[in-house]
Design a binder for this molecule. Structure first.
Ligand SMILES: NC(=O)c1ccc[n+]([C@@H]2O[C@H](COP(=O)([O-])OP(=O)(O)OC[C@H]3O[C@@H](n4cnc5c(N)ncnc54)[C@H](O)[C@@H]3O)[C@@H](O)[C@H]2O)c1
Length: 367
């Protein structure tokens, strides 16, 4: 039994990681750490975890065998370096780091210490993503030439209503944008899937973006990846799809276009099918994330040293590097007239078209 210590007791720790650790054979949720003691202790109490700490040295000396990092991206480097100091393997949330240099330094530190550094790309472990990998490897649609990976999401808007009816900045949105915007936050999963499904890295890339809300990063972005094997991926990511409407929308889909057919997944209704000259074959649908699969792979790697489908630190670096550089390219090329009209919020308030902050806060899932 491997004792797992988790650093960062926020949203994703609670809805993704801890339930999966508790459900995984061979793993034991042993300790949690958060610099905010209330967060550490309340998560510890809620899940009946033996140890909770607000002091990292006590956490590292509690007898853990491995570390899971679910803190915000700016804290990842320090968390990983501390784990290396204590000789512990790490599973680290995406985006791996805030800069390429930080990510490289984390990878080198762990490599030098002979320790596993894995990136928490949980999308790889959805049964849909796993089936697509198998279908591609079996040549079910011939040679894959083109991928369309789309996630357009409402992410609750930049502003939200207080229960008293006043507009205020939405802290959830601000936090999301601070890691780099939609391509860094969510798009890294799609970049990872494209590289992994094709078994081919990205040779070059270009990007475009639009500003629906006025932020540093474009909140709606398109990324084009040319892979070394000649295939092309288009990834489209948005944080601002219908966030102003009463019934917010999201759209999530994968299309893989091959020389002998098409694979299609649409999260709405869990449509998942393969179309070839022989007809259409339906497969069981599933959500796009799977933390249980991620932890089964992590447990296996801890036990055997074989990493299997577990994304490496290098996979984390590569996806983050592409997403962040592409976002920077779009920002650098931003035209002066791309700012959305500031007066819109006032008219939106007058029309009553935005849900309450409370409802907005709770809808949808993070990346
Ligand atoms: N894979 C996914 O599906 C997915 C989904 C959501 C978020 N994430 C990623 O997970 C990370 C955390 O996101 P979140 O939404 O849970 O954030 P959050 O703000 O809800 O929680 C982060 C927690 O980390 C704590 N923290 C701050 N500094 C720390 C430090 N130095 N060491 C340890 N803990 C520290 C905070 O106090 C907070 O409790 C982000 O990098 C985010 O991009 C991944």
């Amino acid at each position: 039994m491997k004792k797992i210590g988790l650093m960062g007791c926020g949203l994703i720790a609670e809805y993704g990681h801890l339930p999966a650790i508790l459900a995984t054979q061979g793993l034991e949720a042993w300790a949690v750490y958060d610099p905010d003691p209330e967060r550490a202790y309340s998560l510890q109490r809620k899940y009946g975890i033996p140890h909770g700490y607000a002091v990292s040295s006590m956490f590292f000396e509690s007898g853990i065998d491995a570390v899971v990092v679910t803190s915000p991206a700016p804290a990842h480097k320090l968390n990983v370096e501390e784990a290396a100091h204590y000789g512990l393997p790490v599973l680290c949330e995406k985006p791996l780091a805030m800069t390429d240099d930080d990510a490289s330094s984390m990878i080198n530190t762990m490599d030098d210490a002979g320790l596993l550094l894995a990136t928490g790309f949980c999308y790889r472990f959805s049964p849909v993503a796993q089936n697509i990998k198998r279908l591609v490897m079996d040549g079910a649609i011939g040679e894959v030439r083109s991928l369309r990976l789309v996630y357009i999401w409402n992410l609750h808007g930049r502003d939200q209503y207080t229960p008293e009816g006043h507009l205020e900045p939405n802290p959830y949105w601000a936090g999301r944008m601070s890691e780099g915007g939609p391509m860094v936050d969510c798009g890294v999963h799609q970049i990872d899937l494209a590289r992994w499904w094709l078994g081919s890295d990205v040779a070059n890339y270009q990007a475009s973006g639009a500003w629906v809300e006025d932020y540093t990063a474009p909140d709606h972005m398109w990324l084009h990846l040319d892979h070394h094997n000649g295939a092309h991926t288009m990834a489209e990511m948005s944080f601002s799809y219908g966030h102003t409407v009463r019934d917010p929308l999201a759209h999530f889909s994968y299309h893989l276009i091959g020389t002998e057919g098409v694979i299609r997944y649409d999260r709405d209704g869990w449509l998942f099918e393969v179309r070839t000259r022989y007809g259409t074959h339906r497969l069981p649908g599933a959500g796009e994330k799977n933390f249980e699969g991620l932890y089964a792979a992590f447990a296996h790697a801890l036990e055997t040293g074989e990493s299997g489908d577990l994304p490496s630190g290098l996979d984390g670096l590569r996806a983050t590097q592409i997403a962040r550089h592409a976002t920077e390219m779009v920002i650098a090329r931003r035209l002066p007239n791309t700012a959305p009209p500031a007066a819109r919020f006032a008219s939106r308030a007058a029309n009553g078209k935005v849900g309450t902050g409370k409802n907005n806060r709770l809808s949808g899932a993070a990346c």
